[in-house]
Design a protein around this ligand. Structure first.
Ligand code: DSN
Length: 413
């Protein structure tokens, strides 16, 4: 029976969400719109079975096709990123990071990363997360003038603390990551280099950002951001001993049965990322971000670090209106049909629930086919919504215009 007959309440909510996605502009830097093929695999009969273990080494019978699917996902991930080992089972990016930590360090070991408040991720040492409960994080900084990675601070911390691991890769960092420079520092102190490329994986896949290989010892990512796959995680390495440790840390270390429908959807997305058109997509994401950043700067907004090299930007709202918090902006923009998230600006005087900025990203709108000149229109919508602030009637008018604009860009599924 169809969902609408079995459970009309959920069916209607799904329908409403579909309509919300279709009629709004998704500028959350970590989100995307997947293809019909990816959705089909994620919603398939593969959800029915246990396949604990790995291909050809399962704890359940009946895994013949699951083995083939997971092996294909692994082979495609290795081909995309040019590495020798891949584990496609992590249920999420945080799970991938937990398993990577377990593979690289003993409990209590020290590592350095960028703090969540400066653009890192909660699984990079936020005090309530396992990454800080079971290991000892310390943080390197952004340079307060350039607002980019301060490699003097990375090196100083590394020499002082002799960490077991150095973590690079971020959730809110608009500039290119110099993996080679990180590796030089890691080698100087005998640390492992761990790159969490969750945000930029699709850019790396499409050649629009330098690869973390061969520099990083271990690379983790989510599969649902710029990589445009189902929600999930992935870990890669070129080191055989680390690969064995990673496999053990994922299963049985931190997970049980893999989500095989999601692994099939990852395989489909990886297949899509290997096509030439994905390169065009990745490069368009970056061009669109640059166009949006330029248009916003032209309207008086300050961008942290002065702009963007990748798919995202941090807009410091104080330059435009000192009273308008990131939380206010997120709300006003949502009412206008533009979806984004509040985000701390470097040394933000406001708490994380308010902030002084917003984070904007172009992966999802690029999947809908928007080009540079369309992003200028988006910047105009954003600026009008910011000026309207709490004028609900003005925001409603913009919302209708945004919905009409969205009709020109059908969803890719
Ligand atoms: N929550 C994600 C983001 O928005 O960047 C990171 O996992």
């Amino acid at each position: 029976m169809a969902i609408k007959d079995i459970d009309p309440i959920i069916a209607e909510l799904i329908q409403k969400e579909k309509q919300r996605q279709e009629t709004t502009l998704e500028l959350i830097a970590s989100e995307n719109h997947v293809s019909t093929a990816v959705m089909e695999a994620a919603g398939s009969c593969l959800t029915n079975k246990y396949a604990e273990g790995y291909p050809a080494a399962r704890y359940y019978g009946g895994c013949e096709y699951y083995d083939q699917i997971e092996s294909l996902a692994i082979a495609r991930a290795k081909q995309i990123f040019g590495c020798q080992f891949a584990n496609v089972q992590p249920h999420s990016g945080a799970n991938a990071n937990l398993a990577s930590f377990m593979a690289m360090m003993q409990p209590g070991d020290r590592y350095i990363s960028l703090a969540l408040s400066s653009g890192g991720h909660l699984s990079h040492g936020m005090k309530l997360n396992t990454s800080a409960i079971f290991w000892q994080p310390d943080h390197y900084e952004l340079d307060s003038k350039t607002e980019t990675i301060d490699f003097d601070s990375v090196r100083r911390k590394a020499l002082e603390l002799k960490p077991k691991m150095i973590l690079c890769g971020y959730s809110a960092y608009p500039r290119t990551i110099d993996f080679k420079r990180f590796r030089e520092i890691a080698d100087e102190v005998g640390a492992l280099l761990f790159a969490d490329i969750a945000h930029i994986a699709g850019l790396v896949a499409g050649g629009a950002h330098p690869s973390p290989f061969p520099h990083a010892h271990v690379v983790s990512t989510t599969t649902h951001k710029t990589l445009r796959g189902p929600r999930g995680g992935l870990i890669m390495t070129n080191d055989e001993a680390l690969a064995k440790a990673i496999n053990r840390s994922v299963f049985p270390g931190s997970q049980g049965g893999p989500l095989m429908h999601i692994i099939a959807a990852k395989a489909v997305a990886f297949g899509e990322a290997l096509r030439p058109e994905f390169k065009t997509y990745a490069q368009q994401i970056v061009r669109n971000a640059a166009a949006l950043a330029k248009a916003l700067a032209g309207k008086g907004y300050r961008l942290q670090s002065g702009g963007t090299d990748n798919h995202l930007m941090l807009v410091d709202l104080r330059a435009r209106n000192a009273d308008f918090t990131g939380a206010d902006a997120e709300k006003a923009l949502e009412k206008a049909g533009i979806i984004c998230n509040k985000n701390a600006i470097l040394n933000d005087p406001r708490p994380p629930k308010l902030t002084s900025g917003i984070r904007l990203g172009t992966p999802a709108v690029t999947s809908r086919g928007l080009k540079e000149h369309d992003l200028e229109v988006v910047a105009e919508f954003i600026d009008r919504a910011m000026s309207a602030k709490d004028d609900d009637s003005a925001l409603k008018t913009i919302r209708a215009e945004v919905a009409k604009f969205c009709q020109k860009f059908p969803m890719p599924h």
